[in-house]
Design a protein around this ligand. Structure first.
Ligand code: UDP
Ligand code: MG
Length: 348
């Protein structure tokens, strides 16, 4: 939510990951500048993050910076992947308090810059996170079906609700950015983290365009690992599956035992000596082993959750007198000056 009491102009930062986009960058920046020019009452910061591009993207970005002082360029030492490139940009904005709101968008013109202005308008009406939801997607049949399967699995397994057909195109209030910056997990699934953080989140439907120049930086291998992060990062359901399976097999072994006894008593001529013992024992042992693995799974799940070391909670508001305690991991957000006994967004 924009702070209505803040004097001065509101600042919006764009975090823009770039990987081998040299051919399209100039057109992208021109479109972005043109779109943002519709709202001259805001100050803009364009944070481009070069994710170890192999082409001339970095030179082009430095060229953009030479012409436009609002451009900041970060360059990662190698290709770390889209999620980490965006994280690097968000970290910079959060650390330096560069903006009141941050827009994350792709630099291949698939996320149209003019849509970000609609996001800004929604933010000004009090929405903390505006996520771009694809009304249509002009992707291949393969991409559409895999995406559908992924979102379906995710929504069944994940411990929180992660909206469907939503990429990383979104606007976040600085309060949300400060919270996201506290999530330091390595296997990052940013849209899940943003959903996990909470606050007032709303969708904005838009039509996703086709990529203008260059190629998708998401080959199947990267897509699969990304889907893995999404599911494993927000669910320990696969671990719990083990013990369910174990219980099912153990129950089956009881039925099996009954059947074996039945055969032994009523059709003794059909049984091989020792068969009953072996058959029942096999199922019983299998079931017990799986249950025990499930027990290990439950502890492992807990260890995993602890290892992720996520914030326990995020505060949206603190209404009290006196100073608000702030956690050690993040700098406290700047306090609004004119709210008498109300403070917003102090972590921990
Ligand atoms: N990107 C990145 N690092 C990568 C791959 C992609 O920073 O390793 C950037 C890319 O420049 C683009 C955005 O992330 O701005 C989305 O990537 P892409 O368009 O390739 O993904 P798709 O739209 O095909 O899912
Ligand atoms: Mg793209």
């Amino acid at each position: 939510m924009p702070d209505p009491t803040d004097s001065g102009r509101r600042r919006v930062a764009y975090v823009l990951p770039v990987y081998d986009e040299a051919d399209g960058l100039a057109a992208f920046h021109a479109a972005l500048v043109e779109a943002t020019a519709q709202r001259p009452d805001l100050d803009y910061e364009f944070v481009y993050v070069d994710d170890g591009s192999r082409d001339e993207s970095l030179e082009r970005l430095l060229g953009l910076r030479a012409d436009d002082p609002r451009v900041t360029v970060l360059s990662l030492s190698r290709n770390f992947g889209h999620q980490l490139a965006v994280t690097a940009g968000l970290d910079l904005v959060a650390e330096e308090g560069l903006a009141d709101a941050v827009v994350v968008m792709d630099t291949d013109l698939q996320d149209p810059p003019r849509v970000s202005l609609e996001m800004i308008a929604m933010w000004e009406r009090g929405v903390d996170v505006v996520y771009g939801q694809r009304r249509t997607r002009r992707d291949t049949f393969f991409k559409r079906t895999t995406a559908f399967a992924f979102y379906w699995t995710l929504s069944r397994l994940a411990s929180i609700e992660i909206p469907r057909n939503v990429g990383d195109f979104r606007l976040m209030d600085r309060q949300v950015v400060a919270e996201v910056a506290r999530y330091r997990e390595h296997g990052r699934f940013l849209r899940g983290i943003v959903a996990h953080v909470g606050f007032r989140q709303e969708a904005l439907l838009f039509d996703r365009d086709e990529r203008r120049a260059g190629e998708s930086g998401y080959p199947l291998r990267k897509m699969l690992s990304f889907a893995g992060h999404g599911i494993l990062g927000f669910s320990t359901a696969p671990l719990r599956l083990i013990s369910r399976l174990g219980i099912a097999i153990s129950l089956l072994s009881v039925l099996m035992a009954l059947y074996v006894v039945y055969v032994r008593v009523f059709q003794p001529d059909q049984t091989v000596p020792g068969w009953a013992f072996l058959a029942v024992g096999m199922f019983m042992l299998g079931g017990i082993q799986l249950i025990m693995m499930g027990v290990i799974g439950m502890y492992l799940g807990r260890v995993y959750i602890e290892a992720q070391d996520r914030p326990l909670y995020s505060l949206a508001l603190v209404a009290r007198d006196g100073p608000v305690p702030s956690g050690p991991s993040t700098p406290a957000p700047r306090r609004p000056r004119d709210l008498t006994d109300t403070d917003r967004g102090a972590p921990r």
